[in-house]
Design a protein around this ligand. Structure first.
Ligand SMILES: [Zn+2]
Length: 184
């Protein structure tokens, strides 16, 4: 079995020296179905542009990569905040309770645990309450945690850094250059 490929040009490439072409792949057997793909036939443009998944647009590689990097930097800044919060959580005096059910209720309310009671009891078999607690950026306990055992300046610096990284990621996402590919 084989494929018949029929190509036709649908647009000029971005630099104007080549073409964007649509390839129709038709099978010579009844059990495969035909499909289409879009190709950049220009040695210059194929280096700096890529056909998007689905073939509806060309995406410029450099601005797309810059956007991915900015997104990664933002994730990293969020991780730095969680790391900081969890590093100070170990110094925070958690209250003690008579039952695991009360511990669970306290941790859940403080935003330090988001599993089910059964999971908590299971985890508690070989760990202390403090070892199970994990603080998230949006946990209710965060202001108290910073107030009691944290350093407000360090925490605010991390927040500012993350806000800037978020803004940069949004800007870079908007700056990704694309060109719509004609559908025919
Ligand atoms: Zn070109």
């Amino acid at each position: 079995m084989g494929w018949e490929i029929y190509t036709h040009d649908i647009a000029d490439c971005p630099c104007g020296q080549g073409k964007i072409a649509r390839e129709h792949h038709s099978p010579d057997n009844p059990w495969s179905s035909s499909h289409e793909s879009v190709e950049i036939s220009c040695t210059i443009c194929e280096k700096s542009w890529q056909v998007s998944y689905g073939g509806s647009e060309l995406v410029e590689r450099a601005s797309r990569n810059a956007s991915r990097e900015a997104e990664k930097a933002y994730e990293k800044s969020m991780n730095s905040i969680s790391d900081y919060l969890n590093s100070i959580l170990s110094e925070y005096p958690l209250p003690s309770f008579k039952t695991q059910k009360e511990e669970f209720a306290y941790l859940t309310q403080a935003g330090l645990y988001d599993g089910k009671i059964g999971q908590y009891r299971y985890a508690r078999r070989d760990a202390e309450m403090a070892d199970i607690a994990v603080v998230r950026i949006d946990s209710l306990i965060v202001p108290k945690l910073i107030g009691k055992v944290g350093n407000a300046d360090s925490y605010n610096a991390l927040l500012l850094q993350s806000q800037a990284a978020k803004k940069n990621a949004a800007d870079k996402a908007l700056a990704v250059k694309t060109i719509k590919i004609p559908s025919k």
